[in-house]
Design a binder for this molecule. Sequence first.
Ligand SMILES: CC(C)(COP(=O)(O)OP(=O)(O)OC[C@H]1O[C@@H](n2cnc3c(N)ncnc32)[C@H](O)[C@@H]1OP(=O)(O)O)[C@@H](O)C(=O)NCCC(=O)NCCS
Length: 141
Amino acid sequence: MLRAASEADLGEFARWEEANSSGALWSLSDLQQEFTHPSSTMLVAVDGAALLGYAVIREMPDGFELLNILVRSDRRRLGTGGTLMQGIHERAGGQSVYLELRASNEAAAALYEGYGYMQVGLRERYYSDGEDAVLLMRLAE
Ligand SMILES: CC(C)(COP(=O)(O)OP(=O)(O)OC[C@H]1O[C@@H](n2cnc3c(N)ncnc32)[C@H](O)[C@@H]1OP(=O)(O)O)[C@@H](O)C(=O)NCCC(=O)NCCS
């Protein structure tokens, strides 16, 4: 099940980010900034009281940008990422969604491909460690 994230959830998200290596690597301060951003929506997937994963989408002049998605490491490959993608697309209301990811992030690339994202660009050596960023887009419906 999905719900809007609350400020009380952010500490747990930050702990997941600390233990992660392939996503946006947001700090608690990054999460707080995004939580209060007027154009951003933060969704959390829950199983009862347990938090499973979260995603953040921001409305931009030319569509929506998926800024982050993360499922806690002990609950992956159970459909939570897909549930979050569906919530994101519902929020985007049929408008285009774009994102960037590390070229080595095969799990995320497979997830996005399954939801109709296509590569629209490549930023060479975009990340500070020299890795390329792949730009993906899901066209407006
Ligand atoms: C990417 C991520 C959000 C996927 O979450 P998830 O809950 O495991 O995803 P789902 O269980 O809904 O998987 C849906 C589909 O995505 C693809 N997929 C997900 N993880 C995969 C993996 N490790 N390898 C290959 N395909 C994968 C599969 O097609 C999968 O369908 P299937 O299980 O029926 O084969 C998760 O791996 C994660 O949090 N990664 C770390 C953070 C990150 O890199 N975020 C992306 C930033 S751009």
